[in-house]
Design a protein around this ligand. Structure first.
Ligand code: UDP
Ligand code: MG
Length: 313
C-alpha cells in the first residue's frame, strides 16, 4: 500500500531539506511506502534546485514545477491529480503541520472507518492578534451564510482515501477555495487537534491583504447570501419611499399652507441610496467576474518541468 504526500512549495529552498529529514523519522514507523510529490509553485529562489537534488537521490521523490506562481490551491490540485497512493496526505513544507500525527491519522482511517482525517490548530499562539480576530469573524460569517460548514483553525493538512481524492478532483472549477471544496465533498470526517507551531524557517507568503482577499473569495465561492443584500435593501427602501409619499400627500391635504423644507436631508438620502446601489452593483460584479473566469475554462496550472525531465534522476 502506498501513501502519497503532497507538498506545495513557494520559495522554500531552506525548508525542503528540513522537511524531508523530519519525514524520514516517521516514515520508518509506518508500513506504507511513501510517494512524495513536491509542487514548485513558481518560486523565485532555488526551490527547483533543491527538488532536483532530492529527487535524484531518492526514487520516491517526485516533483511538479509550474511555469509561474499559480497559488497554493492550484498546487494542491496538481498534486492530487498526480498522486497514485491508496491514501493521500496534503501538508505544508514549513513543518507547521506536525508529521507525527500521520500514524494516528492512518489508524483512524484503517480501524475506525473514517474516510478523511483533518486537523485543526487549537490555538493561534504566535499569530498577530488582529489576524486571529478577523479569522474568527470570517468563520462565524461563512458558517452563517453558507451551507458548507468550515471550522475555525482547520488546516489544509489532512489524510484522505483515494475515493475522497477522486471526488475532490471532480470539482474542476478555476476558483478553488480548498477549505470549502474539502468540506463540500462530504464523507465521514474526523478532526485531530494540535498546538499551533511556528514555521521552522523561511517566512510566510500571506500578507493581511492577501488573506482578506482570500476570505472574500471564499465567501463568494460558497455563498449566494451577498446577492440577497440587493433584494433586501431594495425592498426596504421602496417600502420606506412608499410610506414617505403617503405621508407627504396626507400632510398636504391636512395643512396645505406648510412649505416642504429639508434640502440637506434630501441630499443625504440621495447619497445614501446611491451608495447602496453602487454596493449592490459591486457585489453583482464580484459574481459576474467569477462567471467570466469560469467560462474561459483556462487550465488551473501549467507545468514546466517534472522529475521525468530531471537529467540526474
Ligand atoms: N504556498 C504555495 N503557493 C503560494 C503560497 C504558499 O504553494 O502562492 C505554500 C507554501 O510554500 C507552504 C504552504 O503553501 O508550503 C503554506 O504557506 P505559508 O506557510 O506561507 O502560509 P501560512 O502557514 O503562514 O498560512
Ligand atoms: Mg506556514
Amino acid at each position: 500500500m502506498k501513501l502519497s504526500v503532497i507538498i506545495p512549495c513557494y520559495n522554500e529552498e531552506v525548508t525542503i531539506p528540513i522537511f524531508y529529514e523530519e519525514m524520514q523519522k516517521i516514515q520508518s514507523e509506518i508500513e506504507y511506502t511513501f510517494e512524495y510529490i513536491f509542487i514548485n509553485d513558481g518560486s523565485s529562489d532555488n526551490t527547483i534546485e533543491e527538488l532536483r537534488k532530492l529527487s535524484s537521490k531518492h526514487e520516491n521523490v517526485r516533483y511538479i514545477s509550474f511555469s509561474r506562481n499559480f497559488g497554493k490551491e492550484s498546487a494542491l490540485y496538481a498534486g492530487l491529480q498526480a498522486s497514485t497512493g491508496e491514501l493521500v496526505t496534503v501538508m505544508d513544507v514549513d513543518l507547521q503541520d506536525p508529521p507525527e500525527l500521520i500514524p494516528e491519522m492512518i489508524d483512524l482511517i484503517e480501524n475506525k472507518g473514517f474516510d478523511c482525517v483533518t486537523t485543526r490548530r487549537e490555538n493561534r499562539d504566535g499569530e498577530p492578534a488582529i489576524r486571529s480576530f478577523f479569522a474568527k469573524k470570517f468563520y462565524q460569517l461563512i458558517n452563517k451564510i453558507s451551507d458548507t460548514k468550515m471550522t475555525n483553525g482547520a488546516r489544509d493538512y489532512r489524510l484522505m482515501t483515494r475515493q475522497v481524492v477522486d471526488s475532490i478532483l471532480r470539482l474542476s472549477e478555476s476558483n478553488r477555495f480548498s477549505k470549502g471544496l474539502f468540506s463540500w465533498v462530504g464523507y465521514k470526517t474526523t478532526f485531530l487537534s494540535f498546538k499551533n507551531r511556528e514555521r521552522v524557517a523561511g517566512q510566510t507568503s500571506w500578507s493581511f491583504w492577501k488573506l482578506l482577499k482570500y476570505a472574500i473569495n471564499g465567501i463568494s465561492d460558497f455563498s449566494e447570501a451577498p446577492l440577497h443584500i440587493a433584494t433586501w435593501s431594495g425592498g426596504f427602501f421602496s417600502t420606506l419611499a412608499g410610506l414617505g409619499i403617503v405621508w407627504i400627500i396626507i400632510r398636504k391635504i391636512i395643512s396645505p399652507e406648510i412649505a416642504i423644507s429639508g434640502w440637506s436631508s434630501i441630499i443625504c438620502l440621495i447619497l445614501f441610496i446611491g451608495g447602496i446601489q453602487l454596493l449592490c452593483l459591486g457585489i453583482l460584479g464580484e459574481y459576474i467576474g467569477k462567471i467570466f473566469v469560469e467560462t474561459k475554462k483556462r487550465p488551473i496550472y501549467i507545468v514546466k518541468e517534472t522529475e521525468k525531465d530531471n537529467p540526474n534522476k
